[in-house]
Design a protein around this ligand. Structure first.
Ligand code: NZQ
Ligand code: ZN
Length: 385
């Protein structure tokens, strides 16, 4: 087991009717930036619940709407200017991962001395941020319980991430009922994103961390078990509740404790969103088979363990089990409506060259748990996907 520090200060407030709790969580006298996306929260009653809670607490707030999926720097900077001009001192994000991430960037940029884009492009240090809380309506990214964010810039077609202890949410409210209005596409995306977050931290090489492995397997098995009911309409409260809990646990540091981590699928996937606008989770299902094919030898011991424990594959050699694990995973993605492999997606013919050139330009490769996926190997991954 590797050395690690585990620290997660997010107060997670979970369950039906819990949005009202934000009245107690936001400091008295705060001037709140209440930020949200394209309007889903107005159709499912979440906006009304947030307004009721803010009123109950006697808080002043201004609304900022229109944070897009894959939140754009250009839009977020408008919120930063509003917050600075109005001296807003608490950011409340209400929506999916894009709103949560966008608000982490807003919170970091408000007091930032300099060009806020540098936080993403130059990894400029974020020493302080306006305090932030989240009301989550889409289980997927884990943003509700981590200190990372991903932001896109229209002008340059870039999608970049940052992380800072300054942007840990003070609290996150997870009410499974707020997910009832999600279209099946977003539920499927959420299941795949949470699943791949675990897999990025689990499918590497054996590291003698059996507790961390079993926690990862518990999340994967739970996602497999609840997926059919989570996809169902009318919505199933218990399935949605367990999906929300899985997604939060998948990327809050716990299943990364003491083990090597990969993340190649995510880094390559972010480029597919930046270039072709594909939903985040779909890029993962597109790229993941390629990473498994190219890194098969290095990963097969963990793939076989995963096959046995999550998919109950008992027969065959290590290679057979590892191959079965990949096939089961691809079928699982398809079962929640997310096509797997590159072929089903509409991508330019030179996509592999474009992705490799972008990673090179940013010195982002080599990727993977062994740090050996250089840009030439990224091309092989995309060819094999
Ligand atoms: O904008 P609104 O109207 O709210 O609609 C959204 C959006 O169109 C809609 N939606 C959200 N909650 C809803 C709902 N529709 C009906 N009912 C509800 N309850 O869903 C659409 C997609 O929302 P979005 O927030 O974009 O999805 P998601 O949560 O999947 O977030 C994706 C973003 O998170 C980043 C991704 O790269 C992407 O930019 N990620 C963030 C991570 C992190 N912070 O740790 C890690 C992830 O790997 C990921 O990279
Ligand atoms: Zn993800």
């Amino acid at each position: 087991m590797d050395n690690f520090t585990f620290h997660n200060p997010v107060r997670l407030i979970f369950g039906q009717g819990q949005i009202a709790q934000i009245a107690k969580e936001i400091p008295a006298g705060a001037r709140v930036l209440f930020a949200f996306g394209g309007g889903s929260i107005k159709t499912n009653g979440v906006h009304a619940q947030v307004v009721a809670a803010l009123q109950a607490a006697g808080l002043f707030w201004l609304e900022f709407s229109g944070i897009e999926p894959n939140p754009r720097y250009e839009t977020l900077m408008k919120a930063v200017h509003l917050a600075r001009a109005e001296k807003l001192d608490f950011v409340l994000a209400v929506g999916g991962g894009s709103v949560a991430d966008g608000c982490k960037f807003i919170a970091a940029a408000i007091p930032f001395d300099g060009e806020p884009w540098d936080i993403l492009a130059k990894r400029a240090r974020v020493n302080t941020a306006t305090p932030l809380g989240i009301v989550l309506t889409l289980p997927a990214t884990g943003s509700e319980m981590n200190c990372f964010a991903v932001v896109s810039r229209d002008e340059t077609h870039e999608k970049l991430s940052f992380g800072s202890p300054a942007v840990w949410p003070k609290f996150s409210v997870l009410d499974p009922e707020s997910t009832y209005t999600l279209p099946p596409r977003q539920i499927g995306n959420g299941i795949v994103d949470a699943f791949v977050h675990v897999v990025e931290q689990y499918l590497t090489y054996p590291a003698q961390a059996p507790l961390t492995d079993r926690m990862a397997e518990a999340i994967l098995s739970t996602l497999v078990e609840i997926a059919p009911a989570a996809m169902s309409n009318p919505p199933d409260y218990q399935a949605r509740a367990n999906l929300m809990w899985c997604a939060a646990m998948a990327l809050n540091g716990l299943v990364g404790a003491g083990v090597p981590q990969d993340w190649a699928t995510h880094y390559i996937g972010h480029e597919l969103t930046a270039i072709a606008g594909i939903d985040h989770a779909r890029t993962l299902a597109a790229v993941w088979p390629g990473v498994m094919a190219v890194k098969f030898e290095a990963k097969k011991a963990k793939l076989a363990q995963y096959a046995e424990r999550v998919w109950n594959v008992r027969e065959g050699s290590v290679d057979d089990k590892a191959r079965a694990a990949i096939a089961h995973t691809r079928a699982f993605f398809e079962s929640v409506g997310v096509p797997s492999g590159l072929a089903p997606y509409d991508l330019p013919a030179d996509i592999a060259d474009q992705v490799a050139a972008r990673l090179d330009a940013r010195n982002q490769a080599p990727l993977g748990e062994h740090g050996d996926i250089d840009s030439a190997m990224v091309k092989r991954v995309l060819a094999a996907a």
